[in-house]
Ligand binder design. Structure first.
Ligand code: CMC
Length: 429
């Protein structure tokens, strides 16, 4: 097959610049602009709206048609039929595990869930009102100070051990952040429980009495983790890749991803949705907030609506909505005011010209907050749960990058500042 080409004509250049055009296995073609620097040109794309930063085989999104595939498998099938750990294995290894591989992977993860006792001292240094994302960022970065034996990034075995440690320890650290905030003792992980059961156990059990994990809630938790597991080159994953490109260790890279996830435009949106529903307060105030969201002079946005890539619907939101109904039915929650506001808000936004024209649909975070709240998880923990679910995606991307040739990430800029000028002594300014 002949190589597709693009030709770029630039005023002042004698000849058009010829650029290769690559075809992926599916999705839009990609123009290779790497040779532009040789012609004294850079491309300009703030927010990376039209820029592919890497080649990847992990996740494919077709935003126009609401498609999300992990290693080729649709997210709906994974959410309804796979477990979170099978999804982790798939993201990291490219294939679903067979029965033996599944059992072995579950065994490995289960046996890495405890954290070094020294890490407990770390928690003691945080105020009780510290945001759990602040705690998670720091303790995940600090893992590199505890697990020196798996930090050689050029060693495939080290990379695997670090990956297993991160997936296994994240729920333990997340639950510890919560227990610290409410002043309860940390609960050690239990190896007889599944990944999501164990997370709920570490969150809600106390040493004083038996705690039975509700299987419907554990299943919902597992789905929430699956629905957040990966989303190709989003802000936090790109941050992990950028950190990794300098050769930083995996714990530091994942800590940088957690920091990028924290913002309300990304993983912090689930927390922001609940805060917004609280602020709206009652169904009869919805119109006022919708009007504010549409007002160009008001910075207010409807949290949980819109997505950089999905311009039709977010397939994760569909599964999340079904899960929400199951959880609320299980817990007998029928007349929840926030749920009523959320449902009415969705109805109004889906019929409103502004939202239709700008292709703003409910995203994954719109319903996840309502489920988490119903399970009894406080709002500040929502983004921590997103981070726990996203960990295998971050690791899979980091590992993919480390396994092939890569360059340090180093974007260029359109400089519009002062040109060269001479220093002026303070007395002359
Ligand atoms: N409410 C009201 N108007 C909106 C919203 C919203 N939620 N989102 C976008 N718009 C408008 C925006 O004002 C802009 O209007 P105009 O063209 O007149 O200037 C237009 O829609 C395009 O918005 P944009 O900010 O240029 O689009 P983007 O692709 O850069 O941003 C987004 C995507 C997700 C950051 C944005 O839609 C948003 O801020 N949504 C609310 C936060 C949220 O729910 N984030 C979670 C995303 S899903 C979880 C994840 O993957 O992290």
């Amino acid at each position: 097959m002949t190589q597709k080409k693009a030709h770029l004509t630039v005023d002042g250049l004698d000849n058009p610049i010829e650029l290769d055009v690559f075809e992926g296995s599916t999705g839009p073609d990609v123009v290779d602009v790497r040779s532009l620097t040789a012609n004294g040109l850079f491309t300009y794309d703030p927010g990376f709206v039209s820029t592919a930063s890497c080649e990847s085989k992990i996740t494919y999104i077709d935003g126009a048609n609401g498609v999300l595939l992990h290693r080729g498998y649709p997210i709906e099938q994974l959410a309804n039929e796979a477990s979170f750990l099978e999804t982790c294995f798939l993201l990291m290894n490219g294939e679903l595990p067979n029965a033996e591989e599944k059992a072995e992977f579950e065994h490995i993860i289960t046996n890495h869930t405890m954290v070094n006792e020294g890490i407990m001292q770390f928690f003691k240094g945080f105020q009780h009102d510290a945001h759990p994302m602040a705690i998670l960022c720091s303790v995940v970065g600090a893992l590199s100070a505890f697990y020196h034996d798996s930090l050689d990034i050029s060693n495939e075995t080290h990379r695997k051990i670090s990956a297993h440690r991160l997936i296994a320890k994240m729920p333990t650290l997340a639950a510890m952040a919560y227990k610290h905030a409410i002043g309860q003792p940390f609960m050690y992980p239990r190896n007889d429980l599944s990944y999501s059961e164990n997370f709920l156990y570490m969150m809600f059990a106390t040493p004083c009495e038996d705690y039975k994990v509700n299987p419907v809630l554990a299943k919902a938790m597992d789905k929430i983790f699956i629905l957040h597991a990966d989303h190709e080159q989003n802000a936090s994953t790109s941050t992990v890749r950028l950190s990794g490109s300098s050769g930083a260790n995996p714990f530091a890279c994942i800590a940088s991803g957690i920091a990028a996830l924290w913002g309300p435009a990304h993983g912090g949106a689930n927390e922001a949705v609940l805060n917004m529903l609280n602020e709206i307060g009652s169904v009869d105030r919805i119109d006022e907030f919708v009007a504010r969201a549409k007002d160009k002079n008001d910075p207010f946005r409807l949290m949980g609506f819109g997505h950089r890539v999905y311009k039709n619907f977010d397939p994760r939101a569909k599964v999340m909505k079904e899960t929400c109904d199951q959880v609320l039915a299980e817990l007998g929650i029928e007349n929840d005011e926030q749920l009523a506001i959320a449902k009415r808000l969705e109805e109004i936004a889906l019929q409103d010209e502004y939202f239709i024209e700008k292709k703003l649909y409910p995203n994954v975070d719109f319903y996840s907050g309502i489920i988490l709240k119903a399970i009894g998880i406080p709002v500040e923990m929502f983004t921590v749960i997103f981070a726990t679910g996203r960990t295998p995606g971050w690791i899979a991307h980091w590992h993919e990058m480390m396994s092939g040739p890569y360059k340090i990430g180093r974007p260029r800029q359109l400089y519009t500042g002062e040109t060269k000028r001479d220093f002026v002594k303070v007395e002359d300014r």
